[in-house]
Design a protein around this ligand. Structure first.
Ligand SMILES: Cc1ncc(COP(=O)(O)OP(=O)(O)O)c(N)n1
Ligand SMILES: Cc1nc(C(=O)O)sc1CCOP(=O)(O)O
Ligand SMILES: [Mg+2]
Length: 558
Protein backbone atom coordinates (compact mmCIF):
# COMPACT_ATOMS: atom_id res chain seq x y z
CA UNK A 1 0.00 0.00 0.00
CA UNK A 2 1.27 3.46 -0.84
CA UNK A 3 1.50 5.93 1.98
CA UNK A 4 2.53 9.57 2.04
CA UNK A 5 6.23 9.67 2.77
CA UNK A 6 7.74 12.35 4.98
CA UNK A 7 11.43 13.08 4.63
CA UNK A 8 13.33 15.40 6.93
CA UNK A 9 15.67 17.58 4.91
CA UNK A 10 19.31 18.07 5.79
CA UNK A 11 18.60 21.76 6.42
CA UNK A 12 17.02 20.56 9.68
CA UNK A 13 20.23 20.64 11.66
CA UNK A 14 21.03 24.15 10.48
CA UNK A 15 18.19 25.44 12.64
CA UNK A 16 19.19 26.41 16.11
CA UNK A 17 16.96 25.72 19.07
CA UNK A 18 15.71 28.77 20.87
CA UNK A 19 15.71 28.28 24.67
CA UNK A 20 12.65 30.49 25.03
CA UNK A 21 10.62 28.61 22.47
CA UNK A 22 10.83 26.99 19.10
CA UNK A 23 11.87 29.03 16.16
CA UNK A 24 9.58 28.39 13.25
CA UNK A 25 11.32 26.43 10.50
CA UNK A 26 12.52 28.53 7.59
CA UNK A 27 9.53 27.80 5.40
CA UNK A 28 8.31 24.39 4.52
CA UNK A 29 11.60 23.34 3.00
CA UNK A 30 12.76 21.85 6.27
CA UNK A 31 10.15 19.14 5.84
CA UNK A 32 9.92 17.70 2.36
CA UNK A 33 6.59 16.05 1.99
CA UNK A 34 6.88 13.49 -0.75
CA UNK A 35 3.42 12.20 -1.29
CA UNK A 36 3.24 9.40 -3.81
CA UNK A 37 -0.52 9.35 -3.56
CA UNK A 38 -3.17 11.89 -2.86
CA UNK A 39 -4.00 11.65 0.86
CA UNK A 40 -7.60 12.68 0.31
CA UNK A 41 -7.89 9.73 -2.05
CA UNK A 42 -6.31 7.44 0.51
CA UNK A 43 -8.94 8.40 3.07
CA UNK A 44 -11.67 8.16 0.48
CA UNK A 45 -10.45 4.68 -0.43
CA UNK A 46 -10.49 3.49 3.16
CA UNK A 47 -14.01 4.83 3.59
CA UNK A 48 -15.10 3.00 0.48
CA UNK A 49 -13.64 -0.20 1.91
CA UNK A 50 -15.76 0.23 4.99
CA UNK A 51 -18.85 0.88 2.90
CA UNK A 52 -18.22 -1.92 0.44
CA UNK A 53 -17.29 -4.46 3.03
CA UNK A 54 -19.75 -4.04 5.83
CA UNK A 55 -18.81 -7.33 7.47
CA UNK A 56 -15.19 -6.22 7.97
CA UNK A 57 -16.34 -3.01 9.63
CA UNK A 58 -18.60 -5.02 11.92
CA UNK A 59 -15.75 -7.31 12.88
CA UNK A 60 -13.64 -4.28 13.74
CA UNK A 61 -16.29 -2.95 16.07
CA UNK A 62 -16.59 -6.31 17.84
CA UNK A 63 -12.85 -6.51 18.43
CA UNK A 64 -12.53 -2.87 19.39
CA UNK A 65 -9.15 -2.15 20.92
CA UNK A 66 -8.90 0.79 23.36
CA UNK A 67 -7.11 3.49 21.40
CA UNK A 68 -5.24 6.61 22.49
CA UNK A 69 -3.97 9.15 19.98
CA UNK A 70 -1.05 11.18 21.28
CA UNK A 71 -0.42 14.59 19.75
CA UNK A 72 3.06 15.50 20.95
CA UNK A 73 6.70 16.08 20.14
CA UNK A 74 9.35 13.47 19.43
CA UNK A 75 12.19 13.05 21.96
CA UNK A 76 15.23 11.50 20.29
CA UNK A 77 16.36 10.16 23.68
CA UNK A 78 12.96 8.42 23.96
CA UNK A 79 12.49 9.27 27.63
CA UNK A 80 9.62 11.69 27.07
CA UNK A 81 7.29 12.88 24.33
CA UNK A 82 5.81 10.61 21.71
CA UNK A 83 8.17 7.79 22.63
CA UNK A 84 7.16 7.82 26.31
CA UNK A 85 3.50 7.94 25.31
CA UNK A 86 3.88 4.88 23.08
CA UNK A 87 5.61 2.91 25.85
CA UNK A 88 3.12 3.99 28.51
CA UNK A 89 0.15 2.95 26.38
CA UNK A 90 1.83 -0.36 25.52
CA UNK A 91 2.44 -0.99 29.21
CA UNK A 92 -1.23 -0.28 29.96
CA UNK A 93 -2.43 -2.55 27.15
CA UNK A 94 -3.80 0.17 24.89
CA UNK A 95 -3.15 0.90 21.20
CA UNK A 96 -1.44 4.24 20.62
CA UNK A 97 -1.31 6.22 17.39
CA UNK A 98 0.81 9.35 17.02
CA UNK A 99 0.61 12.82 15.54
CA UNK A 100 4.01 14.47 15.75
CA UNK A 101 4.03 18.22 16.36
CA UNK A 102 7.77 18.78 16.66
CA UNK A 103 11.02 16.90 16.47
CA UNK A 104 13.57 17.52 19.18
CA UNK A 105 17.18 16.54 19.49
CA UNK A 106 17.63 15.69 23.15
CA UNK A 107 19.34 13.31 25.49
CA UNK A 108 19.92 12.92 29.22
CA UNK A 109 21.90 16.21 29.26
CA UNK A 110 19.13 18.41 27.86
CA UNK A 111 17.54 19.64 24.64
CA UNK A 112 20.04 20.45 21.90
CA UNK A 113 17.65 21.45 19.12
CA UNK A 114 14.15 21.30 17.78
CA UNK A 115 11.97 21.83 14.80
CA UNK A 116 8.24 22.42 14.57
CA UNK A 117 6.15 20.40 12.15
CA UNK A 118 4.17 22.81 9.92
CA UNK A 119 0.60 23.10 11.10
CA UNK A 120 -0.95 21.95 7.82
CA UNK A 121 1.03 18.76 8.12
CA UNK A 122 -0.09 18.31 11.72
CA UNK A 123 -3.62 18.72 10.38
CA UNK A 124 -2.92 16.05 7.76
CA UNK A 125 -1.67 13.58 10.37
CA UNK A 126 -4.72 14.28 12.54
CA UNK A 127 -7.06 13.68 9.62
CA UNK A 128 -5.30 10.44 8.68
CA UNK A 129 -5.70 8.95 12.14
CA UNK A 130 -9.02 10.42 13.28
CA UNK A 131 -10.88 9.74 10.03
CA UNK A 132 -9.98 6.08 10.06
CA UNK A 133 -8.87 4.57 13.33
CA UNK A 134 -11.63 4.74 16.00
CA UNK A 135 -9.70 6.81 18.51
CA UNK A 136 -11.19 6.79 22.02
CA UNK A 137 -9.08 9.40 23.77
CA UNK A 138 -6.69 12.09 22.54
CA UNK A 139 -3.76 13.04 24.74
CA UNK A 140 -1.78 16.17 24.00
CA UNK A 141 1.80 16.92 24.96
CA UNK A 142 4.02 19.49 23.29
CA UNK A 143 1.89 21.86 21.18
CA UNK A 144 4.58 24.30 20.10
CA UNK A 145 2.61 26.86 18.07
CA UNK A 146 -0.73 28.57 18.39
CA UNK A 147 -1.54 27.36 14.86
CA UNK A 148 -1.15 23.75 15.95
CA UNK A 149 -3.57 24.26 18.86
CA UNK A 150 -6.11 25.75 16.47
CA UNK A 151 -5.65 22.87 14.03
CA UNK A 152 -6.22 20.40 16.86
CA UNK A 153 -9.38 22.21 17.89
CA UNK A 154 -10.73 22.09 14.33
CA UNK A 155 -9.86 18.40 13.93
CA UNK A 156 -11.63 17.46 17.17
CA UNK A 157 -14.68 19.44 16.12
CA UNK A 158 -14.77 17.43 12.89
CA UNK A 159 -13.87 14.07 14.47
CA UNK A 160 -15.09 14.05 18.08
CA UNK A 161 -13.53 11.58 20.53
CA UNK A 162 -14.61 10.33 23.98
CA UNK A 163 -11.97 12.17 25.95
CA UNK A 164 -9.21 14.78 25.78
CA UNK A 165 -6.27 14.66 28.21
CA UNK A 166 -4.16 17.81 28.10
CA UNK A 167 -0.64 17.77 29.47
CA UNK A 168 0.23 21.46 29.04
CA UNK A 169 3.90 20.87 28.27
CA UNK A 170 5.86 24.09 28.61
CA UNK A 171 9.02 23.20 30.48
CA UNK A 172 10.96 19.94 30.13
CA UNK A 173 12.23 18.14 33.23
CA UNK A 174 15.73 19.38 32.30
CA UNK A 175 14.44 22.95 32.58
CA UNK A 176 14.33 23.71 28.86
CA UNK A 177 11.36 25.84 27.86
CA UNK A 178 9.31 23.99 25.25
CA UNK A 179 6.58 26.51 24.49
CA UNK A 180 6.71 30.29 24.38
CA UNK A 181 4.46 32.81 26.14
CA UNK A 182 2.22 33.29 23.09
CA UNK A 183 1.05 29.72 23.65
CA UNK A 184 -0.31 30.59 27.09
CA UNK A 185 -3.24 32.59 25.77
CA UNK A 186 -4.31 29.94 23.30
CA UNK A 187 -3.92 27.26 25.98
CA UNK A 188 -6.14 29.23 28.35
CA UNK A 189 -8.74 30.25 25.81
CA UNK A 190 -8.92 27.37 23.35
CA UNK A 191 -7.27 24.22 24.72
CA UNK A 192 -8.31 24.08 28.38
CA UNK A 193 -12.04 24.57 27.73
CA UNK A 194 -11.99 21.43 25.54
CA UNK A 195 -10.12 19.25 28.04
CA UNK A 196 -11.59 16.47 30.15
CA UNK A 197 -8.53 16.78 32.33
CA UNK A 198 -5.50 19.06 32.38
CA UNK A 199 -2.35 17.90 34.19
CA UNK A 200 0.06 20.81 34.81
CA UNK A 201 3.12 20.55 37.03
CA UNK A 202 3.79 23.39 39.47
CA UNK A 203 5.67 25.50 36.92
CA UNK A 204 3.03 25.03 34.24
CA UNK A 205 0.17 25.79 36.63
CA UNK A 206 2.08 28.91 37.75
CA UNK A 207 2.56 30.01 34.14
CA UNK A 208 -1.09 29.40 33.23
CA UNK A 209 -2.32 31.35 36.25
CA UNK A 210 0.43 33.96 36.47
CA UNK A 211 0.87 33.05 40.16
CA UNK A 212 3.70 31.69 42.27
CA UNK A 213 2.79 28.23 43.64
CA UNK A 214 4.87 26.85 46.48
CA UNK A 215 2.65 24.93 48.89
CA UNK A 216 -0.07 22.27 48.89
CA UNK A 217 -2.55 24.95 49.84
CA UNK A 218 -1.47 27.00 46.77
CA UNK A 219 -1.97 23.86 44.65
CA UNK A 220 -5.53 23.45 45.96
CA UNK A 221 -6.37 27.05 45.03
CA UNK A 222 -4.65 26.61 41.66
CA UNK A 223 -6.71 23.51 40.86
CA UNK A 224 -9.91 25.49 41.42
CA UNK A 225 -8.71 28.51 39.42
CA UNK A 226 -7.64 26.29 36.52
CA UNK A 227 -11.00 24.52 36.66
CA UNK A 228 -12.62 27.94 36.13
CA UNK A 229 -10.81 28.07 32.75
CA UNK A 230 -13.01 25.24 31.50
CA UNK A 231 -11.47 21.76 31.86
CA UNK A 232 -13.77 19.18 33.48
CA UNK A 233 -11.03 17.95 35.85
CA UNK A 234 -7.67 19.28 36.99
CA UNK A 235 -4.62 17.45 38.34
CA UNK A 236 -1.94 19.79 39.70
CA UNK A 237 1.25 17.76 40.12
CA UNK A 238 3.40 18.60 43.11
CA UNK A 239 6.51 16.66 42.16
CA UNK A 240 8.58 19.85 42.43
CA UNK A 241 7.28 20.79 45.88
CA UNK A 242 10.22 21.38 48.19
CA UNK A 243 10.60 19.45 51.46
CA UNK A 244 7.99 16.79 50.86
CA UNK A 245 8.66 13.13 51.48
CA UNK A 246 5.59 12.18 49.42
CA UNK A 247 4.71 12.99 45.81
CA UNK A 248 1.53 15.03 46.38
CA UNK A 249 -0.88 15.80 43.57
CA UNK A 250 -4.14 17.70 43.87
CA UNK A 251 -7.10 16.40 41.88
CA UNK A 252 -10.24 18.53 41.50
CA UNK A 253 -13.33 17.31 39.66
CA UNK A 254 -15.35 20.47 40.02
CA UNK A 255 -17.06 19.28 43.21
CA UNK A 256 -14.51 17.44 45.30
CA UNK A 257 -10.85 17.98 45.88
CA UNK A 258 -8.54 15.00 46.53
CA UNK A 259 -4.99 15.03 47.85
CA UNK A 260 -3.32 12.04 46.16
CA UNK A 261 -0.10 10.90 47.76
CA UNK A 262 2.48 8.39 46.64
CA UNK A 263 6.03 7.78 47.79
CA UNK A 264 8.59 10.15 46.32
CA UNK A 265 11.08 7.88 44.58
CA UNK A 266 14.61 9.23 44.85
CA UNK A 267 16.08 8.57 41.42
CA UNK A 268 17.91 10.34 38.62
CA UNK A 269 15.65 8.54 36.16
CA UNK A 270 12.57 10.74 36.14
CA UNK A 271 12.66 12.19 32.61
CA UNK A 272 9.26 11.75 30.97
CA UNK A 273 7.15 11.25 34.11
CA UNK A 274 4.65 13.95 33.08
CA UNK A 275 4.11 12.52 29.58
CA UNK A 276 3.81 9.03 31.02
CA UNK A 277 1.29 10.03 33.68
CA UNK A 278 -0.94 11.81 31.16
CA UNK A 279 -0.71 8.90 28.70
CA UNK A 280 -1.62 6.42 31.42
CA UNK A 281 -4.64 8.52 32.37
CA UNK A 282 -5.67 8.55 28.70
CA UNK A 283 -5.12 4.78 28.45
CA UNK A 284 -7.22 4.06 31.52
CA UNK A 285 -9.99 6.33 30.25
CA UNK A 286 -9.88 4.53 26.89
CA UNK A 287 -10.38 1.24 28.77
CA UNK A 288 -13.45 2.68 30.48
CA UNK A 289 -12.24 3.84 33.89
CA UNK A 290 -13.73 6.78 35.73
CA UNK A 291 -11.49 9.87 35.87
CA UNK A 292 -10.46 9.42 39.52
CA UNK A 293 -9.76 5.73 38.97
CA UNK A 294 -7.67 6.61 35.87
CA UNK A 295 -5.65 9.22 37.75
CA UNK A 296 -4.98 6.88 40.68
CA UNK A 297 -3.95 4.02 38.40
CA UNK A 298 -1.66 6.31 36.42
CA UNK A 299 0.00 7.70 39.54
CA UNK A 300 0.52 4.23 40.85
CA UNK A 301 2.03 3.05 37.55
CA UNK A 302 4.50 5.94 37.47
CA UNK A 303 5.50 5.27 41.09
CA UNK A 304 6.06 1.58 40.32
CA UNK A 305 8.00 2.29 37.11
CA UNK A 306 10.23 4.84 38.85
CA UNK A 307 10.86 2.45 41.73
CA UNK A 308 11.65 -0.38 39.37
CA UNK A 309 14.01 1.81 37.28
CA UNK A 310 15.57 3.60 40.25
CA UNK A 311 19.10 2.40 39.57
CA UNK A 312 19.24 1.85 35.80
CA UNK A 313 21.87 3.86 33.92
CA UNK A 314 21.13 5.24 30.47
CA UNK A 315 23.17 8.26 29.31
CA UNK A 316 25.65 10.46 31.14
CA UNK A 317 23.51 13.52 31.87
CA UNK A 318 21.71 14.50 35.07
CA UNK A 319 18.31 13.15 34.13
CA UNK A 320 17.77 9.67 32.73
CA UNK A 321 14.75 7.89 31.28
CA UNK A 322 12.93 5.15 33.18
CA UNK A 323 11.67 1.76 32.09
CA UNK A 324 7.95 1.59 31.26
CA UNK A 325 7.81 -2.11 30.57
CA UNK A 326 8.38 -3.30 34.12
CA UNK A 327 5.21 -5.30 33.88
CA UNK A 328 6.69 -7.62 31.28
CA UNK A 329 9.85 -8.01 33.30
CA UNK A 330 7.92 -8.68 36.47
CA UNK A 331 6.09 -11.45 34.68
CA UNK A 332 9.37 -12.92 33.59
CA UNK A 333 10.88 -12.81 37.07
CA UNK A 334 7.67 -13.79 38.89
CA UNK A 335 8.43 -11.13 41.42
CA UNK A 336 5.86 -9.22 43.40
CA UNK A 337 4.01 -6.38 41.78
CA UNK A 338 2.77 -3.30 43.57
CA UNK A 339 1.27 -2.01 40.39
CA UNK A 340 -2.30 -0.92 40.99
CA UNK A 341 -1.76 -0.52 44.73
CA UNK A 342 -1.57 2.83 46.42
CA UNK A 343 -0.66 2.51 50.15
CA UNK A 344 -2.74 5.59 50.94
CA UNK A 345 -5.80 3.51 50.01
CA UNK A 346 -5.37 1.79 53.40
CA UNK A 347 -6.52 4.98 55.16
CA UNK A 348 -10.06 3.81 55.94
CA UNK A 349 -10.34 0.12 55.19
CA UNK A 350 -13.91 -1.23 55.41
CA UNK A 351 -14.21 -5.02 55.95
CA UNK A 352 -17.74 -6.42 55.46
CA UNK A 353 -19.55 -9.03 57.57
CA UNK A 354 -22.69 -10.60 56.14
CA UNK A 355 -24.14 -11.46 59.54
CA UNK A 356 -23.97 -7.84 60.65
CA UNK A 357 -25.43 -6.51 57.43
CA UNK A 358 -28.24 -9.08 57.55
CA UNK A 359 -28.99 -8.06 61.13
CA UNK A 360 -29.47 -4.46 59.99
CA UNK A 361 -31.48 -5.49 56.92
CA UNK A 362 -29.15 -4.45 54.11
CA UNK A 363 -27.45 -6.23 51.24
CA UNK A 364 -23.68 -6.45 50.88
CA UNK A 365 -23.75 -4.02 47.96
CA UNK A 366 -25.85 -1.51 49.89
CA UNK A 367 -23.34 -1.73 52.74
CA UNK A 368 -20.38 -1.25 50.37
CA UNK A 369 -22.03 1.71 48.61
CA UNK A 370 -22.73 3.45 51.92
CA UNK A 371 -19.20 2.82 53.21
CA UNK A 372 -17.68 4.36 50.09
CA UNK A 373 -20.05 7.32 50.30
CA UNK A 374 -18.92 7.83 53.89
CA UNK A 375 -15.26 7.87 52.85
CA UNK A 376 -13.98 4.26 52.87
CA UNK A 377 -10.84 4.11 50.72
CA UNK A 378 -10.66 0.32 50.22
CA UNK A 379 -13.18 -2.50 50.68
CA UNK A 380 -12.68 -6.13 51.68
CA UNK A 381 -15.53 -8.62 51.29
CA UNK A 382 -15.20 -10.89 54.34
CA UNK A 383 -18.18 -13.19 53.95
CA UNK A 384 -17.54 -16.24 56.07
CA UNK A 385 -20.90 -18.01 55.89
CA UNK A 386 -22.09 -17.61 52.36
CA UNK A 387 -22.36 -20.07 49.46
CA UNK A 388 -19.59 -19.71 46.89
CA UNK A 389 -22.08 -18.90 44.15
CA UNK A 390 -23.70 -16.13 46.21
CA UNK A 391 -20.29 -14.80 47.21
CA UNK A 392 -19.29 -14.53 43.56
CA UNK A 393 -22.49 -12.73 42.60
CA UNK A 394 -22.12 -10.30 45.50
CA UNK A 395 -18.47 -9.73 44.60
CA UNK A 396 -19.38 -8.93 40.99
CA UNK A 397 -21.95 -6.31 41.94
CA UNK A 398 -19.68 -4.80 44.59
CA UNK A 399 -16.87 -4.65 42.07
CA UNK A 400 -19.04 -2.60 39.74
CA UNK A 401 -19.78 -0.17 42.56
CA UNK A 402 -16.13 0.05 43.59
CA UNK A 403 -14.78 0.45 40.04
CA UNK A 404 -17.16 3.31 39.28
CA UNK A 405 -15.91 5.09 42.42
CA UNK A 406 -12.19 4.37 42.05
CA UNK A 407 -12.03 2.28 45.24
CA UNK A 408 -10.17 -1.08 45.24
CA UNK A 409 -12.10 -4.22 46.21
CA UNK A 410 -10.34 -7.17 47.85
CA UNK A 411 -11.71 -10.61 48.69
CA UNK A 412 -11.07 -12.22 52.07
CA UNK A 413 -9.49 -15.71 51.94
CA UNK A 414 -11.00 -16.82 48.60
CA UNK A 415 -8.43 -16.47 45.81
CA UNK A 416 -10.79 -18.45 43.54
CA UNK A 417 -13.56 -15.88 43.98
CA UNK A 418 -11.10 -13.02 43.42
CA UNK A 419 -9.95 -14.65 40.18
CA UNK A 420 -13.46 -15.41 39.00
CA UNK A 421 -14.69 -11.83 39.36
CA UNK A 422 -11.35 -10.12 38.57
CA UNK A 423 -11.31 -8.34 41.94
CA UNK A 424 -8.42 -6.04 42.73
CA UNK A 425 -6.85 -8.54 45.10
CA UNK A 426 -7.16 -10.69 48.21
CA UNK A 427 -6.49 -10.57 51.93
CA UNK A 428 -5.09 -13.78 53.42
CA UNK A 429 -4.23 -14.80 56.96
CA UNK A 430 -1.52 -17.04 58.40
CA UNK A 431 -3.63 -20.18 57.92
CA UNK A 432 -5.01 -19.24 54.47
CA UNK A 433 -3.35 -19.74 51.09
CA UNK A 434 0.25 -18.45 51.39
CA UNK A 435 0.82 -15.06 49.77
CA UNK A 436 3.41 -16.53 47.40
CA UNK A 437 0.89 -19.00 45.98
CA UNK A 438 -1.76 -16.30 45.78
CA UNK A 439 0.71 -14.08 43.92
CA UNK A 440 1.49 -16.70 41.33
CA UNK A 441 -2.23 -17.29 40.76
CA UNK A 442 -3.21 -13.63 40.69
CA UNK A 443 -0.20 -12.24 38.82
CA UNK A 444 1.97 -9.23 39.56
CA UNK A 445 -0.64 -6.50 39.43
CA UNK A 446 -3.22 -7.62 41.98
CA UNK A 447 -3.14 -6.43 45.57
CA UNK A 448 -2.27 -8.97 48.26
CA UNK A 449 -2.61 -8.26 51.97
CA UNK A 450 -1.41 -10.61 54.72
CA UNK A 451 -2.42 -10.67 58.43
CA UNK A 452 0.66 -10.41 60.68
CA UNK A 453 1.04 -10.31 64.43
CA UNK A 454 4.85 -10.42 64.64
CA UNK A 455 7.87 -8.81 62.93
CA UNK A 456 8.86 -12.26 61.59
CA UNK A 457 5.50 -12.71 59.88
CA UNK A 458 5.83 -9.20 58.43
CA UNK A 459 9.26 -10.05 56.99
CA UNK A 460 7.87 -13.25 55.46
CA UNK A 461 4.90 -11.40 53.93
CA UNK A 462 7.33 -9.05 52.21
CA UNK A 463 9.46 -11.94 50.94
CA UNK A 464 6.32 -13.64 49.63
CA UNK A 465 5.35 -10.65 47.50
CA UNK A 466 2.54 -9.09 49.55
CA UNK A 467 1.64 -5.43 49.06
CA UNK A 468 0.60 -4.60 52.61
CA UNK A 469 0.05 -6.21 55.99
CA UNK A 470 -2.96 -6.11 58.30
CA UNK A 471 -1.75 -6.00 61.89
CA UNK A 472 -3.84 -6.82 64.96
CA UNK A 473 -5.76 -7.33 67.04
CA UNK A 474 -4.86 -3.97 68.35
CA UNK A 475 -7.76 -4.16 70.82
CA UNK A 476 -10.02 -7.07 71.83
CA UNK A 477 -12.75 -7.82 69.29
CA UNK A 478 -15.96 -9.85 69.17
CA UNK A 479 -15.86 -10.07 65.38
CA UNK A 480 -13.11 -12.68 65.16
CA UNK A 481 -13.28 -15.52 67.66
CA UNK A 482 -10.25 -16.22 69.90
CA UNK A 483 -8.19 -13.51 68.28
CA UNK A 484 -4.90 -12.70 69.97
CA UNK A 485 -4.70 -9.05 71.10
CA UNK A 486 -1.24 -7.52 70.54
CA UNK A 487 -2.00 -3.97 71.70
CA UNK A 488 -0.46 -0.70 70.55
CA UNK A 489 3.02 -1.91 71.50
CA UNK A 490 2.66 -5.03 69.37
CA UNK A 491 1.39 -2.89 66.48
CA UNK A 492 4.32 -0.50 66.79
CA UNK A 493 6.88 -3.34 66.85
CA UNK A 494 5.42 -4.84 63.67
CA UNK A 495 5.24 -1.44 61.91
CA UNK A 496 8.86 -0.65 62.74
CA UNK A 497 10.01 -4.01 61.41
CA UNK A 498 7.80 -4.06 58.31
CA UNK A 499 9.07 -3.11 54.87
CA UNK A 500 5.45 -3.01 53.73
CA UNK A 501 2.72 -0.49 54.52
CA UNK A 502 0.54 -1.52 57.46
CA UNK A 503 -3.14 -1.23 58.29
CA UNK A 504 -4.18 -1.73 61.93
CA UNK A 505 -7.17 -3.95 62.76
CA UNK A 506 -9.13 -5.27 65.73
CA UNK A 507 -11.54 -3.41 68.01
CA UNK A 508 -10.88 -0.05 66.35
CA UNK A 509 -13.55 2.66 66.49
CA UNK A 510 -13.83 6.44 66.18
CA UNK A 511 -12.99 6.74 69.88
CA UNK A 512 -9.63 4.91 69.77
CA UNK A 513 -8.52 5.48 66.12
CA UNK A 514 -6.64 8.59 67.32
CA UNK A 515 -4.52 6.53 69.71
CA UNK A 516 -3.81 3.96 66.98
CA UNK A 517 -2.64 6.49 64.39
CA UNK A 518 -0.96 8.42 67.22
CA UNK A 519 1.81 5.81 67.44
CA UNK A 520 3.07 7.90 64.53
CA UNK A 521 5.06 5.35 62.55
CA UNK A 522 5.31 6.36 58.85
CA UNK A 523 4.28 3.03 57.36
CA UNK A 524 1.08 2.79 59.41
CA UNK A 525 -1.30 3.99 56.71
CA UNK A 526 -4.73 3.56 58.27
CA UNK A 527 -7.23 1.40 60.12
CA UNK A 528 -9.36 -1.57 59.06
CA UNK A 529 -12.75 -1.94 60.72
CA UNK A 530 -15.74 -4.24 60.70
CA UNK A 531 -18.26 -3.72 63.52
CA UNK A 532 -17.66 0.03 63.87
CA UNK A 533 -19.13 0.48 60.40
CA UNK A 534 -21.37 -2.51 59.79
CA UNK A 535 -22.80 -3.44 63.20
CA UNK A 536 -24.56 -0.09 63.25
CA UNK A 537 -27.75 1.32 61.80
CA UNK A 538 -26.23 3.90 59.43
CA UNK A 539 -23.05 2.79 57.67
CA UNK A 540 -22.66 6.11 55.91
CA UNK A 541 -22.74 8.13 59.13
CA UNK A 542 -20.38 5.78 60.97
CA UNK A 543 -17.91 5.77 58.10
CA UNK A 544 -18.10 9.57 57.87
CA UNK A 545 -17.41 9.88 61.63
CA UNK A 546 -14.39 7.62 61.47
CA UNK A 547 -13.13 9.41 58.36
CA UNK A 548 -13.29 12.78 60.15
CA UNK A 549 -11.39 11.39 63.14
CA UNK A 550 -8.69 9.89 60.91
CA UNK A 551 -8.34 13.06 58.86
CA UNK A 552 -8.05 15.12 62.02
CA UNK A 553 -5.53 12.86 63.73
CA UNK A 554 -3.34 12.29 60.68
CA UNK A 555 -3.11 16.02 59.98
CA UNK A 556 -1.97 16.46 63.61
CA UNK A 557 0.61 13.68 63.69
CA UNK A 558 2.13 14.21 60.23
C1 LIG B 1 -6.98 -5.89 56.76
C2 LIG B 1 -7.15 -7.20 57.41
N1 LIG B 1 -6.28 -7.57 58.33
C3 LIG B 1 -6.40 -8.77 58.93
C4 LIG B 1 -7.42 -9.62 58.58
C5 LIG B 1 -7.56 -10.98 59.20
O1 LIG B 1 -7.33 -12.00 58.24
P1 LIG B 1 -7.24 -13.52 58.74
O2 LIG B 1 -6.18 -13.57 59.75
O3 LIG B 1 -7.14 -14.38 57.57
O4 LIG B 1 -8.63 -13.73 59.43
P2 LIG B 1 -10.05 -13.75 58.72
O5 LIG B 1 -10.40 -12.35 58.35
O6 LIG B 1 -9.97 -14.61 57.52
O7 LIG B 1 -10.96 -14.27 59.76
C6 LIG B 1 -8.32 -9.19 57.62
N2 LIG B 1 -9.34 -9.93 57.23
N3 LIG B 1 -8.15 -7.99 57.04
C1 LIG C 1 -10.94 -9.78 60.79
C2 LIG C 1 -10.05 -9.44 61.90
N1 LIG C 1 -8.72 -9.75 61.88
C3 LIG C 1 -8.09 -9.39 62.98
C4 LIG C 1 -6.66 -9.60 63.25
O1 LIG C 1 -6.21 -9.34 64.35
O2 LIG C 1 -5.98 -10.02 62.31
S1 LIG C 1 -9.12 -8.64 64.09
C5 LIG C 1 -10.42 -8.82 63.05
C6 LIG C 1 -11.79 -8.36 63.36
C7 LIG C 1 -11.94 -6.86 63.22
O3 LIG C 1 -13.26 -6.53 63.44
P1 LIG C 1 -13.69 -5.32 64.34
O4 LIG C 1 -13.30 -4.10 63.62
O5 LIG C 1 -15.20 -5.46 64.43
O6 LIG C 1 -13.02 -5.47 65.68
MG1 LIG D 1 -8.41 -15.46 56.50
Amino acid sequence: MAYAQVVLSSSYDSLSFNKVGFRQPKGLSSFLVNSRINEDKQIHTSMEMQRDNGSITKDHSRLKVPHVLTVAGSDSGAGAGIQADLKACAARGVYCSTVITAVTAQNTVGVQGGNIVPEDFVAKQLRSVLSDMQVDVVKTGMLPSTGIVKVLRQSLAEFPVRGLVVDPVMVSTSGDVLAGPSILTVFREELLPMADIVTPNLKEASALLGLKLETVSHMRSAAKLLHDMGPRNVLVKGGDLPDSSDAIDIFFDGDNIFELRSSRIKTRNSHGTGCTLASCIAAELAKGSSMLQAVKAAKCFVESALGYSRDIVIGNGPQGPFDHLLRLKRNIHHSSGKHGFDPSDLFLYAVTDSRMNKRWGRSISEAVKAAIEGGATIIQLREKDIETRDFLEAAKSCLEICRSRGVPLLINDRVDVALACDADGVHVGQSDMPARAARSLLGPEKIIGVSCKTPEQAEQAWINGANYIGCGGVYPTNTKATNLTIGLDGLKAVCLASKLPVVAIGGISASNAGSVMGINVPNLKGVAVVSTLFDRECVLTETGNLHSVLTEVTSRVS
